[in-house]
Design a protein around this ligand. Sequence first.
Ligand code: B12
Ligand code: SF4
Ligand code: SF4
Length: 348
Amino acid sequence: MTGPTSPEDAIRARALELGFSRCGFAAAGRSRGADRLDRWLAEGMHADLSYMADRPARRADPREVVPACRSVVVVTLDHGAEGGGARAAALPAEVARYARGRDYHRVAAVMLRKLKESMHGVSGPGHVHRWYVDDGPVLERSWAVEAGIGFAGKNACVIDPGGGSWFLLAVVLSTMELRADRPVAADCGTCAACIPACPTGAIVAPGVVDARKCISYWTIEHLGEIPEGLRPAIGTRVFGCDDCQAACPWNRFARPASLADLRPRELFADADLARLASLSEPEFDAATSGSAVRRAGYEGFMRNVAVALGNTGRAEAVPHVERLRRHGSELVRSHADWAAARLAETAR
Ligand code: B12
Ligand code: SF4
Ligand code: SF4
């Protein structure tokens, strides 16, 4: 057997050995998605995600982040589609699939540190390899498209025609010149299933998601009150939303989670609103240790649980809503009041 013969082969082999599910390379420059970013920001579609509007020129071009950047290495982690959404629970709740296991940012960080070390071995001294997973000023999806990981779907997600979209992205900005991969030759074609599948109409044009309407934004990123008009459409989702991916026919090719750490924790795979509504802050902290769900914060999460209970239309939800109406947080109490009023109209 022969060993890797090129820097690209060596880096790809190492990425896969570390547990990443894909690895591709793109030539650094102004991102092909940069104009889309400019339009999105100009329309205010970033809601109050101020980091998105902060120095957009930087986000548009990795050479503004790492001077002399020549290549963008894109790696992915399959989080899988496991956990059918709480079939066993009495009052089922939905937690986005990517967040049911250990926080991918933590999982990927350990692997990216090792990948970076190996890249130094390949490049020799004098090179810079800077990694980001979600948190950097990098248009990760656009780079994934350019690096041949997949195509940009009408739901804005990167879709691998051989493996769907249930995966997460990370990048390494490198001063090494690496041979770019070719973009994949596939697209959505005439399909548009994700657009009507979005409960809030957040996919405002093919490939364009308005964060101001997206359930993922309201239940994960937004810390304060959720507008009343949006609450019914949130349904029983307590953290994120998967509907535009669940509707996608390419996901019949999805693979299971690539790493055991990403497989669902029982609390989130079979999430039960009754159980979630009873969580004290220390219990929430313990249950979300090392989990992405912690991002919503205790108050934000319990606010989401209150809204979800209000949307069950079930009389069994009433005692749990009543408990949340006595919660220590004014934010949670006010959403529980709304839930109580909604259940009074809808519960059977
Ligand atoms: C801000 C953000 C959000 C916001 C805004 C969403 C949005 N669409 O922008 C909110 C909070 C709503 C959100 C929600 C979600 N997010 Co998010 N989010 C981000 C973040 C931090 C920035 C995204 C961004 O730049 N938006 C600006 C807009 C203009 O770009 P975009 O929507 O990404 O679309 C790009 C491509 O589609 C591309 N494009 C479209 N057509 C074409 C054609 C060509 C030829 C090219 C080159 C590019 C291209 O153009 C756009 C700009 O580059 C990225 C991480 C990162 N640093 O990139 C994660 C990221 C995009 N999110 C991710 C995930 C998993 C989600 C959720 C599925 C989570 C959930 N289950 O609740 C939802 C999905 C919502 C959706 N359908 O987009 C993953 C996506 C993985 C994938 N396979 O695509 C990322 C990459 C995080 C990660 N590291 O894995 N997210
Ligand atoms: S994550 Fe949910 S709310 Fe956001 S665009 Fe997709 S389906 Fe719509
Ligand atoms: S559901 Fe259809 S239109 Fe939407 S991303 Fe998937 S293939 Fe594209």
